[in-house]
Design a protein around this ligand. Structure first.
Ligand code: BGC
Length: 383
């Protein structure tokens, strides 16, 4: 960070990666470092910020809204920071703590019972904001200030992998909901909320990107027989991660969905992590009896496709199926994700390491955000 002379004294200036939808630029900008202005705020020095499909879509100008009065949006929402300063009223975090910040902030409306209950991940009004995505600057910068209630402390031992916590929260929120839904089958597999299931379920994950692979790890940790269905033929590094965690990898290039269903048996759960609607709706046709289908991807707007709605509707009814979509995550999902990253690290250290393709300086942002997507999870590092 450097300092610049301003009329009212010396102001610290820091670098940030920003997107300007007006000029269609993705660039490094300099802006004033934030300062604590309320007692429960804390200041973080960012260490790692992960790059995901959402960031790439924002940088392709398909998504993303700068804050009011700003032409640019600082990107980045998957982060790990170190607390460097706390407000006088902060009680949950201390300087030196490593924290993962949440992404979404509540809407202002009194009648939004979700936001008023700190569950802005279920915001009813759509007027929520999201750091690095919607109306608030993100974390691809050197310093960030925010309220301590959005911070989740992670053990130091997770320093190198804690940037995976936020993308894992997507699966954690989904699996909390799966437990809620499958309490309708109390005799089937002994589902006790919050406790690992007995391992009698079979899951298919569509997509082997970070959200898919982290979802597969979360499913394996809960004892699911887990198959990952993806485009690339094996062997490849993603297929290696799947076998290292005791899952099965199937490539769409040599296995049809019908063959997949035959190999897996009754598919109890599908975790969609590609954002590709055509493969997802085809997969819905092979969802098993009493099964749940979870959508997590946000597809771009493409041409309409044909879907066999009669088969899907018949199955939904005759097989007691549930389909739900899920976005963002609440406090419980963050806390579970931190515990799970620690567990994954203990059980499959090499596979967890393999998820992080590379750590790069801020100057490398352009290739990673607008170039060809390479590897699994790329991380910008500010340490
Ligand atoms: C983020 C979520 C966010 C969603 C929609 C995802 O990439 O992980 O926190 O809610 O995008 O903006």
């Amino acid at each position: 960070m450097r300092h610049a002379d301003r009329r009212n004294g010396i102001q610290p200036v820091m670098k940030a990666v920003a997107v300007n939808p007006g000029t269609r630029q993705v660039e490094l900008v300099e802006q004033e470092a934030p300062t604590i202005t309320a007692p429960t705020q804390v200041k973080l020095h960012m260490l790692d910020v992960g790059i995901c499909g959402t960031d790439r879509e924002i940088c392709a100008f398909q998504y993303g809204t700068p804050p009011d009065g700003h032409a640019h949006l600082v990107t980045g929402h998957e982060a790990l920071g170190e607390v460097v300063e706390v407000g006088s009223g902060a009680t949950r975090v201390r300087p030196g703590d490593l924290v993962v910040p949440m992404v979404r902030r509540p809407c202002p409306h009194e009648h939004c019972v979700a936001c008023r209950a700190d569950r802005q991940d279920f915001c009813f009004t759509g007027d929520f904001s999201e750091r690095g995505i919607k109306s608030l600057h993100g974390f691809m910068t050197e310093y960030v200030v925010d309220d301590e209630r959005y911070m989740h402390v992670v053990p130091r031992a997770l320093r190198d992998v804690a940037v995976l916590v936020e993308p894992l929260t997507i699966a954690e929120k989904a699996l909390i909901q799966v437990d809620q839904v499958q309490q309708r089958l109390p005799w089937a597999c002994g589902v006790v909320p919050g406790r690992p299931s007995q391992g009698c379920h079979r899951a298919v994950v569509i997509g082997a990107g970070p959200v898919g692979l982290l979802g597969a790890m979360a499913l394996r940790a809960r004892g699911y027989d887990t198959s990952v269905y993806s485009r690339e033929p094996a062997p490849n590094p993603k297929a290696d991660v799947v076998s290292a965690i005791g899952g099965h990898y199937f490539s769409a290039q040599d296995t049809s969905l019908e063959q997949l269903a035959e190999r897996v048996g009754n598919i109890d759960l599908v975790y969609e992590a590609t954002g590709a609607s055509s493969i997802a709706f085809q997969m819905m046709k092979v969802l098993g009896t009493n099964g749940i289908f979870i959508f997590t991807g946000v597809p771009g707007r493409k041409a309409a496709i044909e879907v066999d709605t009669d088969v899907i509707m018949r199955n939904l009814v005759l097989k007691n199926q549930v389909v739900f979509g899920t976005v963002n995550a609440g406090v419980e999902a963050f806390e579970t994700a931190i515990r799970d990253v620690a567990l994954f690290q203990e059980r499959w250290p090499a596979a967890v390491r393999a998820l992080i393709t590379g750590r790069h300086p801020i100057e490398a942002h352009r290739d990673l955000l607008v170039g060809q997507a390479l590897g699994i999870k790329n991380v910008l590092t500010f340490a």
